[in-house]
Design a protein around this ligand. Structure first.
Ligand SMILES: Cc1cc2nc3c(=O)[nH]c(=O)nc-3n(C[C@H](O)[C@H](O)[C@H](O)COP(=O)(O)O)c2cc1C
Length: 351
């Protein structure tokens, strides 16, 4: 039961629904004595918040974070850190029409079957809004990781069939889809606008790279580093897969091609993506995750109502025509949470 808590040594519990009073997180296992402020956490929340550009939902939320506990005189105390983000711009009446039907691609049918009732307003707990809480927790984890020399960068790598051909970190925050190639970014933006104008949506792939990881993180067999990352990333709404390093391309490679040979300088290649046997190799950690096209589209689609009648559903309202631009900071946050957890696990093993 439950399902809202993640992590062992750096543990987060998120709470809240899209149209409830607030969303937020309790973080346990925060190292004491670390300087932290609401404003530095807010920087990350601003990268995720709705209404940040003309290719995201127009829901107007400032996503202002309030640290309610676990910080005293600007420093973490080591006690549970609770962060709260109030919901302000709900407009719940926009969801009245879908109260009794199952929107295609949404978790309406499955939530009803699981719980026997559902909060239909803004997808309730299944809403992307829940990820604001993760971003707040991730900002704390990233702060702890920075002291360890670890740096995490995610970006849009591909969307609607357009691939980024260069990976330029300086470009990522300069374009509204957070693509790592400015030329691809322009085309992706055009595709999103076209999809939105056609009342449709598009999907995309987010790549994440982590530098500064030492070898040795990860606890075989069930708490392997790749297994924990996979769970963390796939727990983000709308993700449909994850691959590490060469990933699924390994199916078309030989062992000779895929094996990462070593010389005096270490690994010569990194097809493993920085993890072998569930343990970090010390090479760059590289993975990709795919975000499906946004489920809410204002095109007629066949579905059922709660009484089993066939009906036509058109999902109006304020939605992201693509999820990946706002999901980039969420991927970074979940990665940070997993890595800080594994650093603490490694320290406990050798204590
Ligand atoms: C940052 C973020 C924003 C999202 N925004 C929307 C949205 O505007 N409209 C929508 O239909 N789904 C949105 N989603 C996706 C839903 O949370 C999720 O896809 C949906 O409930 C179905 O669940 P599943 O695809 O995870 O199985 C968003 C997800 C994230 C991570």
């Amino acid at each position: 039961m439950g399902g809202s808590t993640f992590g062992r040594f750096f543990r987060i519990t998120t709470y809240g629904e899209s149209h409830g009073g607030a969303v937020g997180v309790v973080v346990d296992g925060v190292t004491p004595g670390i300087e932290i402020s609401e404003s530095e956490i807010q920087i990350q929340l601003d990268r995720r918040r709705p209404g940040q550009s003309h290719v995201t939902t127009t829901r107007l939320e400032t996503d202002t974070v309030h640290i309610e506990s676990g910080v005293f005189k600007g420093k973490t105390t080591g006690t549970p850190m609770m962060m709260l983000i109030r919901n302000k711009d709900q407009q719940s009446e926009a969801y009245d029409d879908i109260r009794n039907l199952f929107r295609p691609g949404h978790a309406d049918f499955t939530y009803l079957k699981k719980y026997g009732l559902r909060d239909h307003r803004g997808s309730g707990r299944a809403s992307g809004r829940e990820t604001a809480a993760r971003v707040a927790a991730g900002a704390v984890a990233a702060k702890l990781l920075a002291r360890r020399g670890v740096s995490i960068t995610a970006y849009t790598k591909r969307a609607a069939g357009i691939e980024c051909n260069t990976v330029d970190y300086d470009e990522i925050e300069k374009n509204i889809v957070r693509a790592c190639d400015p030329e691809a970014a322009k085309q992706i933006i055009e595709r999103i606008i076209k999809a939105r104008d056609e009342n449709n949506s598009i999907g995309g792939i987010v790549e994440c790279r982590v530098t500064g990881l030492p070898p040795g993180l990860g606890d075989p067999v069930f708490d392997r580093l790749d297994a924990d990352l996979a769970k963390a990333i796939i727990s983000i709404g709308a993700t449909k897969g994850i691959e590490f390093g060469a990933g699924f391309a390994a199916a078309d490679m030989t062992g000779k091609d895929h094996n990462d040979e070593m010389d005096k300088n270490g690994y010569i290649t990194n097809n493993a993506g920085g993890i072998i046997g569930g343990i970090s190799t010390g090479e760059e950690l590289v993975f990709r995750t795919v975000f499906k096209p946004t489920s809410s589209i204002a095109l007629p689609q066949k579905t059922l109502d709660v009484n089993g009648n066939e009906v036509v559903c058109v999902t109006e309202g304020r939605h992201d025509p693509s999820i990946f631009p706002r999901a980039v900071p969420v991927v970074e946050a979940m990665t940070a949470i997993v890595l800080e957890d594994h650093f603490k696990a490694q320290a406990a093993l050798h204590a």
